[in-house]
Ligand binder design. Structure first.
Ligand code: S3P
Length: 452
């Protein structure tokens, strides 16, 4: 059996939040193992444009961010400016393809006394924003966006660019979100830091809780129920000193599935985030019969707040071996805990014996691309039996997959999923438009070659 160890890049969701909260807190924060990929650079640049000093803490060498070239991780030092210390940006803020920045940042901007304009690339300019603008407007911010009807989305939907005029006297709200979305929840909670009173968010299913964990690491009291989270504003965040970001389970998922579908292989992934709101992919694959083992570390409640901050998210090592997969039914709740992993789970389902049904797929249609469309089109092209109905995806697994030319559709997770499908296919799968992978996983193609 071939054994391979793969170094997984730092978590993208946690990296965004670390930069944001460190910037608006009091004190200096050393962020260890920060993801240095396109989306996080956007968030860093936005806060630099608002007067925050964020510099690499390791020697610069020849790389502007001190990151090992091509690897995409770096240690940085953020000089927090405090809750009211951000400065009005001189130009519109360009967020590229980063949906997480576009949806969470408005929460912070809503509490400022200046106006800022947020612009995205073509794909981001087509992603719905009313889910965050509506609650922020209710809290007292003034927000304008671009309206246009698009496909089946409501005519009253709002798209970037967004112009946000903050309000120093935000009202606390009790918000019931229609979608289970960590971006929506995070945006409202961050605005709640600036509001007077208790702001709470209720969601139909519990989404990832990185913001809640990060807020408590920065000294904010967070009350978390099963599907409701609340904080009492106004809040002054204090730097915990240091934060260490674990590996990204969404990036690890590509190697976990590769390990399952390739014969005679064992893959070891060290220090991967194992936050229970993100481990849906492990539960689903285990139910499909995957040979996966993992150990959890990283929560040391007995330590002081500062020491603890370095371990504020559970993480551990994952070992995956070649497996005989079988089809399963995946519920809406499971999809929420594996929202970014559904494309690679669809690949796993093509290699599983029997039928897989994936429910609750609506949110997949408004990611970097419509992932229901991108993945069904691509998988059908290489001979898989995949159908997308209105609310479910059905995959009859076990057919041998052929070679073909497929597209990334400009979406990093579609691209990486199809590269993994190509490893297990009988023919040669060529994926076009791989640049988008830099959004989250710089050296992915090189690491994937290690499995051959
Ligand atoms: C994210 C939340 C999810 C996820 C995205 C990152 C976050 O989006 O798909 O990649 O960091 O909060 P939604 O909040 O739209 O579900």
């Amino acid at each position: 059996m071939k054994a391979v160890e793969i170094a997984i890049p730092p978590d993208k969701s946690i990296s965004h939040r670390a930069v944001m909260l460190a910037s608006i807190s009091e004190g200096v924060t050393r962020i260890k193992n920060l993801l240095m990929a396109e989306d996080i650079k956007r968030t860093i640049n936005v806060f630099r444009a608002m007067g925050v000093t964020i510099e690499p803490s390791s020697p610069l060498g020849c790389h502007p961010w001190g990151a090992t070239p091509g690897v995409g991780r770096v240690d940085v030092v953020v000089q927090g400016v405090g809750m009211r210390g951000l400065k009005k940006p001189r130009k519109p803020l360009y967020l590229g393809n980063s949906g997480t920045t576009m949806r969470i940042l408005p929460g912070i901007l809503a509490g400022q006394d200046f106006e800022a304009v947020l612009i995205g690339d073509k794909s981001l300019s087509g992603r719905p924003m009313r889910r965050v603008t509506e609650p922020l407007i209710n809290m007292g911010a003034k927000i304008e966006g671009r309206g246009r009807s698009r496909g089946r989305l409501s005519r009253s939907e709002l798209y970037p660019p967004l112009t946000i005029r903050g309000n120093r006297c935000l009202k606390a709200i009790n918000y019931k979100s229609r979608v289970p979305s960590a971006q929506v929840k995070s945006c409202i909670l961050l605005a709640g830091l600036y509001a007077n009173g208790v702001t709470s968010v209720n969601e139909p299913e519990k989404s990832r809780d990185h913001t809640e964990r990060m807020l408590s690491t920065f000294g904010c009291r967070v009350k978390s129920g099963r599907r409701t989270v609340s904080i009492k504003g106004p809040v002054k965040l204090r730097s915990p000193g240091a934060i260490k970001i674990p590996g990204d389970i969404s990036s690890a998922a590509f190697f976990i599935v590769a390990g399952c579908i390739l014969p005679g292989i064992k893959i070891v992934l060290k220090n991967v985030g194992l936050n229970p709101t993100r481990t849906g992919v492990l539960d689903i694959l285990k139910r499909m019969g995957a040979d996966i083992g993992f150990s959890t570390r990283g929560v040391y409640p007995e330590r002081s707040r500062v020491e603890n901050a370095a371990y504020f998210e559970p993480y551990g090592d994952i070992v995956v071996k070649s497996s005989k997969l079988r089809g399963v039914t995946i519920s809406h709740g499971e999809v929420v805990r594996a929202i970014d992993e559904i494309p690679i789970i669809m690949v796993a389902a093509c290699f599983a014996k029997g039928k897989t049904i994936i429910k609750g797929i609506e949110e997949l249609k408004v990611k970097e691309t419509d992932r229901v469309y991108s993945m069904t089109t691509n998988l059908q092209k290489i001979g898989a039996d995949v159908q997308a109905k209105k609310k479910i995806i059905i995959i009859n697994g076990g057919r041998p997959l052929a070679g073909a030319r497929v597209s990334s559709f400009g979406d990093h997770r579609t691209a990486m999923s199809m590269l993994v499908a190509g490893l297990g296919a009988k023919g040669k799968v060529i994926v076009t438009g791989l640049d988008c992978i830099n959004k989250s996983f710089l050296n992915f193609p090189n690491l994937l070659n290690k499995l051959n």
